[in-house]
Write a protein of this length. Sequence first.
Lengths: 319, 298
Amino acid sequence: MTAYIIRRLIQGFFILIIMSLIVFFAMRLLPGDPLVIFMGQQASSGAMSEAQMASLRHEYGLDKPIMIQYVDWVGGIFRGNLGTSIYYHEDIGKLLGERFPITLHLGVAAFVVANVFGILLGVFAGIRRGTWIDTVSTTLANIGITVPVFWLGILMIFTLGLKLNWLPIYGYTSPFDNFWMSTKQAIMPVFCLAITGMAYTARQTRSAMLEVIRQDYIRTAWSKGLRERTIIIKHALKNSLIPVITLMGIGLGMVFGGAVLVETVFAIPGIGRLLVTSVFAQDYVVVQSGTLVIATIIVLSNLIVDISYGWLDPRIRYN
Amino acid sequence: MTENAPTLQGFTEAPPRVNEWRRFKRAFFQRKLVVFGLVVLSLLIISAIFAPWLAPGDPYNGNLDDSLAQPSMKYLLGTDIQGRDTLSRLIYGARTALIVGFATTIFTAGVGILLGLFAGYFGGITDTIVMRAMDALMGFPMLLLALLIAAVLGSGLQNVIIALGVATLPGYARVMHGLTLSIKENDYIMAERAMGSGNLRIMLSHILPNTLPPMIVLITLQLGSIILAEAGLSFLGIGIRPPGAAWGSMVYDGYRFLLSNPVLSFAPGLAIMLVVFAFNMVGDGLRDALDPRLRGII
């Protein structure tokens, strides 16, 4: 097990390095001088002489070889220095720090909702194959996979917010300030963030369940006279969850990808919204650092998924 | 022992010869949802090709006097703030969706399949470099990666295609890689090598054709997710520039008039969902008809 964990850690580390290279070079090698873009924001680019440009270039380290720039950037991240936003004129670490808890709050809630309901739907669809439960669950899963989340958000705002007046239609309140308001505001965004992951989880659980309940040891459990609930929970579910856990890693990525859209629809000041604003403001450093922070979280959680996977299914470790 | 009798008997009798194409047709058209998907896709393709003839009004230049008109006989789905007919923009939006879908797929499937094929066939260092790079790309949420690329390149049709192409690349490379690894172990590949065929010939005329069925399934399923992602980018305002008609940006534009003209954002959203649903259903149907064992792989 230790060897397996170490191997996964090393792999995860290399993946992170490659991801940071992708993020960095996507920004640098493509057309556009970062300094000109930067100066464009300062609205004084026309008046700059070559010498001034050169000195600024030196100041921001843009005259160094590109690999050195990369090392400086990554080194800065490790020291907690993510750079300064051109648009907000603020430290990026601070910008991300303010918004991150919001995205995390909604994201974790969505992640829990997606997996709990996804697994429940999948299990019931699997053990009651061909009944109305299966039909409803499969239809819901098909809709969940195909619905554009931003549109679902708008539909919910229209019905639950504007027509029925049940829920507030936008914004975010910290649960520590006003728990009731925060929960009411979170319901719709969390549902939108969860729907895709929930659908995939339900589908995966259903097919894994169908696979498992055909196995001999399930028949043995039945013939021992165990109760259905015991068989499903202790024998069938445990074994069918293994592929579902792999999906959880992907599900986290979906939550962050979806955050970009959902935070725009519900005007939530999270990381997703920050990234979109920064794209429009051509604030590349924020986009760069924000993307890398999210990527790091996803790699780390995939690592946890991989390790728990190896723990649950010992066959994986020796692969 | 009596339990095994039926299976053994089944083996001794020659299986009834069914025409492969007829078997495929039966399995494929059996499910109602697949047929529904085919109908939706046919409508999509027809409206994309014949948009100028089908659209009742001008999708780009509206009549400002009719701004935000409610659905009526003149404007079946009403008009937007600029007085443009929603139905016509919806029909032209089918063009955008299909162009983005197919152009991205040609680019990403072409590159992804070749990368996966070479990595899987040659193994070793090529495999490590290519597949680790794909793992890294896969680590980004698809929409975030597309957003990053679109941020650098700017908006516009061409850049959306590149952004979505790069974001969907690892999916193709991974599946192709896995298929190549299993196919190259077959005896007929060894026989081919013994006959003196070169690597390129083995890859292109023996491995590639055998990966075709799963690849067709993957392409169909991916077309749906590409269209969904394009809608997301357009919704954020990063995709197709105005006045171009894209369903995602239509949803966003209509959002401001949700109370007075809900149909403005409801209709394009429903179109996106129907089309993605159709691609998924047809993809599932193709998979089950071509090779049910692919369930779980794709």
